[in-house]
Every structure is written in structure tokens, then in C-alpha cells.
Design a protein around this ligand. Structure first.
Ligand SMILES: NC(=O)c1ccc[n+]([C@@H]2O[C@H](COP(=O)([O-])OP(=O)(O)OC[C@H]3O[C@@H](n4cnc5c(N)ncnc54)[C@H](OP(=O)(O)O)[C@@H]3O)[C@@H](O)[C@H]2O)c1
Length: 329
């Protein structure tokens, strides 16, 4: 299977990547190390080469399992990690944003990943005020000059944050929640990011799984799963869970969206819809099962959706979905 690649600075990365919040984290049930290796193996065997993780996923477990996995492959694989949300060792907000704290977090990620240089370090949805103060960007540029990271970017929650970050010299990428429940980025950010050569990495493409169409209003999640404990934003930004749409409403919207797609392959069409936007560099669906990786990679092989389907999906967003988004965007 030959997955199309898109340009990330000087590299070519596959347009479907892999999100790994799921690997080693109770936030999604329990994915064992053996499951994680099988998921990573399937991904790389199908042509994937871009993996997104973070130092906090499973308190370092996600990075650690990826580090071990990298040793088993000879292909060039690009790993993006994130910093800024650790709360251990007396760190937390705002202590996480001093140069020394950021350097320690970068160094710890390098150890977990068993690398000498990070391919991409991203600020992990840090407070808007820290982005406004701007010192964090200086720190990243210094860490880059020291050779600890090759590129840096920012995972953001809102359009305003994205626009603020786009002003920064040297930014390589923005990570955003862009999916059929969150279409407004097209209007306000895509052209500007493209003009600046900043790559867009798309997270939460399936709205935490709702856009796979397999949940009903009766579906429940384990108490440790963020889809249980953060369904209404009680623990962190509500947008990271079901893209901020109340669960039962999200199930209804997914049903309406499914009715507009060419056939029953909703999870794949939902990803194809994202890839139909040339400003997007890669989409990073998370997966807890090998079959999900296979399905998500195959989305890249589907033909583009028609102009009429795009228009119908946009109309549904404008008239019904947008007003239901909770939290900042
Ligand atoms: N703040 C941040 O920077 C931030 C926040 C969130 C996510 N992320 C990154 O973005 C990645 C992707 O986002 P996400 O994992 O939160 O949401 P997502 O990709 O929208 O949803 C992932 C979930 O959807 C289900 N799924 C995946 N593929 C499927 C398929 N083909 N058919 C049916 N169901 C499927 C699985 O649910 P089950 O678990 O029920 O199997 C999977 O765990 C994360 O892994 C992480 O790397 C970053």
C-alpha cells in the first residue's frame, strides 16, 4: 500500500500519521505494550512514518514504548512529542515554562524515546498567557540551537492561539482539532499557515471515536477513560473529548453526517474529508486496535469527496453543529 506523503519542512511525511495518547494510558482503557507494538507495526508496515506522542501520555509510557519500538525498525520514522503539562517533581503551571524546566522535559523525552535529537517538540496546549508572554518561544529556539530538537511547533486549542503562534519566527507546525465537528479553521487559519509554510497536524479527527459511527447514546466508557470523566470538560479542555460536543448530540450529528457520505465507511470518509484540504500536512488518528489502524490508513486511498458532498457537510456544520461546540475554539 502506497500512502501519499506531504511536505513537512525538509521531510516527506505520510498524510495519515498515528496518535499515541492511547499507548500505555488509562485515559483510553488499557493498551498493553504488546498491543502497542502490534499497532505500531501495522502502522509502519502500511507506510506510516509520523507518530505523535507527549511526555504526559501514560506518564511517559507512550514515549517509552515508542522508543523501544524504534529500535526494531530500520525505516526513517518521525516522532513528534509535546511538553508543558507535566505536574510531577514540583513542576506544573507556570513553573513548567522556565528554560530549565523545558530543557529538563526535552531531555526526559529524549531518554524515553532513546534519541539524541527530537524530530518535533510541541508546546502541549499551554495557557494562552504563556503564548502571549512569548518567552516559551525563545526557549524553544535556544533548545533548537543547542541541537536538542530539530523542529518545534505548538498544539493549540483556539483560532486566536493559532494566529498568535503563526507570528513566531521559526515555528514549523501547528497541531489543531479539525474534523467534521470543527470546520471553521478552514476560513481563518489554513491560508495563513500555508503562506507561512507552517504544517498543520490534525488531531482528534474522529472526535474521540464518535465520527466512526459505532457509538450509540447507550454507549458507556470506563471510569478511567476521558470519554467518561471529561465528557463535559471536568478535567481538561472539553474540546479534547468528542470535540466539545455533548455525547448524545455528537451521536446524532454523526448519524446525520453518515447519511451524507458515499457509503457506510464513515470513519474512513471522515478522515478523507480532512485530507481533502491541501493545507493539512498529516492527520493523526489514535487507535486501540490493529483493525482501526488498517481502516484509518486505507482512508488515504479513497478518492476525494465531491464538491456537493463537501458543501452539504459544510451546510450541516453551519446550521446545526457549530452552535453546539462547547469550550474555546
Ligand atoms: N492536546 C493535544 O495536543 C492532544 C489532545 C488530544 C489528542 N492528541 C493527539 O491526537 C491523537 C488523536 O486524537 P484522539 O486519539 O484523542 O481522537 P481520535 O483520533 O478522534 O479518536 C481515537 C479513537 O477513535 C476510535 N477509532 C480510531 N480509529 C477507528 C476506526 N477506524 N474505527 C472505529 N473507531 C476508531 C478509537 O476508540 P476506542 O478507544 O473506543 O477503540 C480510538 O481510540 C491522540 O492519540 C494524540 O496523539 C493531542
Amino acid at each position: 500500500m502506497k500512502i501519499t506523503t506531504r511536505t513537512f519542512q525538509t521531510e516527506q511525511i505520510a498524510e495519515v500519521g498515528l496518535g499515541t495518547w492511547q499507548l500505555g494510558s488509562a485515559d483510553w482503557g488499557n493498551v498493553t505494550e504488546a498491543d502497542a507494538f502490534a499497532i505500531l507495526d501495522t502502522f509502519v508496515n502500511l507506510g506510516g512514518n509520523f507518530i505523535d506522542t507527549a511526555d504526559v501520555y501514560g506518564s511517559g509510557m507512550s514515549e517509552t514504548v515508542i522508543g523501544k519500538y524504534l529500535k526494531t525498525r530500520s525505516e526513517q520514522l518521525f516522532v513528534a512529542t509535546k511538553l508543558g503539562r507535566r505536574g510531577d517533581n514540583g513542576n506544573g503551571w507556570p513553573q513548567n515554562f522556565t528554560f530549565d524546566a523545558m530543557k529538563k522535559h526535552v531531555t526526559d523525552s529524549l531518554k524515553n524515546l532513546q534519541q539524541e535529537q527530537l524530530f518535533l517538540e510541541q508546546l502541549h496546549c499551554i495557557p494562552t498567557e504563556e503564548l502571549q508572554k512569548g518567552e516559551v518561544f525563545e526557549h524553544l529556539r535556544t533548545l533548537q540551537a543547542e541541537g536538542l530538537l530539530r523542529y518545534w511547533g505548538v498544539s493549540v486549542e483556539s483560532i486566536d492561539e493559532a494566529l498568535l503562534c503563526l507570528e513566531q519566527e521559526g515555528i514549523a507546525s501547528l497541531q489543531i482539532i479539525f474534523n467534521l465537528f470543527r470546520q471553521h479553521w478552514v476560513d481563518e487559519v489554513f491560508a495563513k499557515a500555508q503562506a507561512k509554510g507552517v504544517s498543520l497536524i490534525v488531531r482528534v479527527p474522529l472526535a474521540s471515536g464518535v465520527l466512526s459511527g459505532r457509538f450509540t447514546k447507550q454507549t458507556t466508557f470506563a471510569a478511567t477513560d476521558h470519554r467518561h470523566y471529561n465528557a463535559n470538560g471536568d478535567a481538561f479542555n472539553v474540546g479534547e473529548t468528542f470535540s466539545g460536543i455533548a455525547f448524545e448530540q455528537a451521536v446524532d450529528f454523526a448519524t446525520s453526517i453518515a447519511g451524507l457520505m458515499p457509503d457506510e465507511r464513515l470513519p474512513q470518509w471522515a478522515i478523507r474529508w480532512i485530507l481533502d484540504h491541501p493545507a493539512v500536512t498529516t492527520v493523526i488518528p489514535g487507535a486501540t486496535k490493529v483493525a482501526q489502524v488498517e481502516s484509518n490508513m486505507t482512508a488515504a486511498l479513497l478518492p476525494a469527496l465531491s464538491g456537493e458532498t463537501h458543501q452539504a457537510l459544510r451546510n450541516l456544520y453551519d446550521t446545526e453543529i457549530k452552535a453546539a461546540i462547547r469550550g474555546k475554539y
